[in-house]
Design a protein around this ligand. Structure first.
Ligand SMILES: *Cc1c(COP(=O)(O)O)cnc(C)c1O
Length: 367
């Protein structure tokens, strides 16, 4: 029995990915131990924050880093930093930003909901959201024509939720930022590559610690020294409502420190996905294959495509039965309307792939 079941909560098998709704990441024991130890003693928080920044910088090749409680907090804090800078009076005045350079330019296809709204997180930091173009169509001119003396930054969202067509790329946005001397912030919350956007020249990049990085509920902003310093100072203002604890910071550090040692884990995950595919080979009505992540990250999942007529059951019903069973199994269901589900091996605990395969076979009445 796990700690959640002791409180009467249902057991979950998460095959859907690093979902906030299912608790983000299940921690590696080294990461959990770091948090356990951090929780039982005192530390100078300012010193810890600076040290965490140095480690974030090392791992991301940025000049400096600032730990946050999550990527959403990172959006609000980086916005605040670009509006108030290091001015204490302004820091204490946000999110009220009337009269300041407070405009944040964003392509319309990037105004997504990740569980909450990107635009709202920008407003929380005092930003006035300036949407440009249409949801499937943005040109360089749209951006150029929206730039004024009130522009604080251009905000770019790298996510599978964002529009896939018609948007300007990160490099195009970075180039415009450079040309016009306007900082570019990239929300790369769930991205695996934690160096790429810094190396491409983004001024600030935001990550979630609880997603690809596999840390606890946490996150960070990395980027140029002066801007990151301004980010840290926002903890005297709006950031205080997003206070990050010593345990989270230490968990994040531990997760970052083992981040590049995961080659073996990746291999194991791929093996798991392949094993699942193997179990559905030669079964009438099911096409099983390995597929790469829809946002192009180095993540491989087992995909099952159901022939609903042959199997005499709808994909929605299969998903429903998986979720309502005991344990409750959550698979990736973005393409359920096409009769497709996928199983993310990254979030499976030892042996859970077998439980999932057996349960699917049981639902479909196959041996
Ligand atoms: C998940 C996500 C966030 C929020 O991250 P948290 O760490 O949960 O606060 C922000 N932006 C994008 C694109 C996301 O995918």
């Amino acid at each position: 029995m796990n700690i959640y079941q002791k409180y009467g909560l249902k057991q979950i098998i998460n095959a859907s990915g690093k979902m906030t709704a299912l608790g983000g990441s299940a921690l590696n024991s080294m990461v959990a131990r770091a948090m356990f130890e951090a929780a039982q003693d005192y530390v100078d928080m300012q010193e810890l924050t600076i040290k965490a920044g140095k480690i974030i910088a090392e791992m991301t090749t940025a000049e400096d880093g600032c730990p946050t409680v999550g990527a959403a907090a990172g959006i609000a804090i980086s916005t605040a930093a670009l509006i108030a800078g290091k001015n204490l009076t302004l820091i204490e005045r946000l999110p009220y930003s009337e009269g300041l350079s407070n405009e944040i330019i964003i392509q319309k296809g990037h105004l997504i909901n990740f569980g909450a709204s990107i635009a709202q997180m920008i407003r929380l930091g005092g930003g006035r959201v300036v949407e440009v173009g249409q949801v499937n169509h943005v040109k360089k001119d749209h951006i150029l024509e929206s730039i004024s003396e009130k522009t604080a930054a251009i905000f770019y969202v790298k996510s599978h939720h964002a529009a896939k067509k018609g948007m300007l790329s990160t490099s195009e946005i970075i180039e415009i930022g450079r040309e016009k001397n306007i900082p570019v912030i990239i929300d790369a919350a769930a991205e695996e590559d934690i160096k790429k956007y810094i190396q491409n020249g983004a001024n600030l990049v935001i990550y979630s610690g609880g997603k690809a990085i596999g840390g606890p509920t946490s996150g960070f902003i990395c980027g140029e020294k002066e801007l990151v310093e301004a980010c840290r100072l926002q903890y005297l203002g709006v950031g205080r409502a997003m206070k990050v604890g010593k345990e989270q910071i230490m968990g994040l550090i531990a997760a970052l420190e083992i981040y590049y040692d995961r080659v073996e884990t990746k291999q194991e995950e791929l093996q798991k996905a392949k094993w699942i595919v193997e179990q559905f080979k030669n079964i009438q009505g099911i096409t099983a294959s390995i597929i790469q992540d829809e946002a192009g990250r180095e993540i491989y999942r087992a995909q099952l495509k159901f022939d609903e007529k042959k199997l005499k059951i709808s994909t929605d019903e299969i998903i429903n039965k998986l979720e309502r069973g005991e344990p409750s199994i959550f698979i990736r269901n973005y393409y359920a309307n096409l009769g497709i589900i996928s199983i993310d091996p990254r979030t499976l605990l030892s042996g859970q792939e077998k439980i999932i395969v057996n349960r699917i076979k049981e639902i479909l009445n196959i041996q």
